[in-house]
Design a protein around this ligand. Structure first.
Ligand SMILES: Cc1ncc(COP(=O)(O)O)c(C=O)c1O
Length: 375
């Protein structure tokens, strides 16, 4: 019986050919493909007045986003406690402290009323994250950040390719971050990106991603490098490599098909599993959404047994995530009431979702869940 993994990257001949071409080109580091990938994502987002900067990972993107936002030692950054560890570690990496906020019961994204209560004189920024296939209330988040004078980092690792009120994700945020890691909707094997509003911010990112070197991108994107330059500030080795960008370009070219497939799979899961009274499905009809994950919520006392039942049927499941304050490294962080997060952390379960998942595999997953609750 074929084991069904939670994630499965879509790597076809086009990606393999692109990787071979990048290797054969002989310029392995940052070069032409990186410039092309940034331009392609910018065109996809469809805004002239934003700048896309490709980075090595989503985590690196978050780290640099917080530096751009002016967050430093002693500051606080509000984040949903129900978020990826990359966000918490990025906050600590700039010497700041995460402040854990609860999530909304329906969207599983940050509860903005509670976030407002957590803002202190030390708050420099807030991270809002789209959890999987349901988006955060971005208008309200922007209003809050604007009113309280804090920067807003939009973690769109899960929502690349989607739209919020008709606007493409990446086109409207203060600072927007994408991840193209191995399991994301589109992958560069590993990769990240920031979308920023000004040429000045983009230029700072260009320097910071290259250990501070003031290399002009116009030179780098011709597969060349300058040998003399200034170093004006801190830097990290966070650039994207040509090989990764070449793969990302192929993935981006297939995004429409990937989105349609994932939407269809999400709708079928929702339709079948919402019939089970014990299961809560994501609150979306998948219009304008490219789901990265498919999750359900089940009674906490059933989750382990359901996972074991599915494992017996060759079906893998995942847990996205354990909340931040459950980890010993973050247990002392300031927080508000986290009762929704605590409840959801025990109920959440990710089911397999692949861009090219065939009907037969999805039916096996659905029947696996249904057979647990109907037996
Ligand atoms: C919400 C969220 N933010 C950030 C990241 C980190 O991205 P990366 O794996 O590219 O470092 C992830 C990765 O899974 C994520 O899910």
């Amino acid at each position: 019986m074929e084991r069904i993994p939670v994630f499965k990257p879509l790597i076809r001949q086009a990606e393999i050919n692109a990787a071979v071409a990048a290797l054969e080109m002989g310029w392995l580091g940052m070069g032409r493909y990186v410039g092309d990938f940034e331009a392609a994502v910018r065109q996809f987002i469809g805004v002239e007045d934003r700048f896309t900067v490709a980075l090595s990972t989503g985590h690196a993107a978050l780290h640099l986003a917080l530096i751009l936002a002016g967050v430093s030692r002693g500051d606080e950054v509000i984040t949903p406690a129900f978020n990826n560890i990359a966000d918490f570690q990025a906050i600590r990496a700039v010497g700041a402290e995460p402040v854990f906020c609860d999530i909304d019961e329906v969207t599983l994204c940050i509860d903005l009323a509670r976030a407002a209560e957590l803002i202190s004189p030390r708050t420099k920024a807030m991270i809002v994250m789209d959890y999987d296939c349901v988006l955060c209330d971005h208008d309200a988040a922007q209003e809050l950040a604007h009113a309280r004078g804090i920067r807003l980092v939009h973690d769109a690792a899960h929502s690349f390719g989607g739209k919020y009120k008709g606007r493409t994700i990446g086109s409207f945020s203060d600072i927007c971050m994408f991840s193209f890691d191995p399991v994301k909707t589109i992958t560069c094997i590993d990769g990240g990106m920031l979308v920023v509003r000004s040429a000045e911010e983009a230029e700072r990112l260009h320097e910071m991603r290259l250990i501070g070197m003031g290399q002009p991108v116009s030179v780098m994107y011709e597969n060349r490098r300058a040998w003399t330059y200034d170093v004006r500030g801190p830097g990290f080795r966070y650039h994207m490599a040509n090989l990764h960008a070449a793969i990302g370009l192929q993935q981006l070219a297939s995004l429409q098909t990937i989105s349609e497939n994932r939407q269809k799979l999400g709708r079928r899961y929702n339709d079948a599993l919402s019939r089970l009274p014990q299961v809560v499905v994501p609150a979306t009809d998948f219009t304008d959404i490219t789901p990265f994950l498919y999750y359900i919520r089940v009674p906490a006392e059933e989750r382990d047994a359901l996972r074991a039942h599915l494992t017996d049927k060759g079906i893998d499941t995942g847990i996205h995530w354990q909340p931040g304050h459950w980890f010993s490294y973050f247990k002392d962080c300031r927080r508000g009431d986290l009762s929704v997060t605590d409840r959801v952390g025990h109920q959440i379960l990710s089911l397999p979702l692949h861009s090219d998942m065939c009907d037969e595999l999805q039916v096996r997953v659905i029947e696996g869940v249904v057979s647990y609750f109907r037996s």
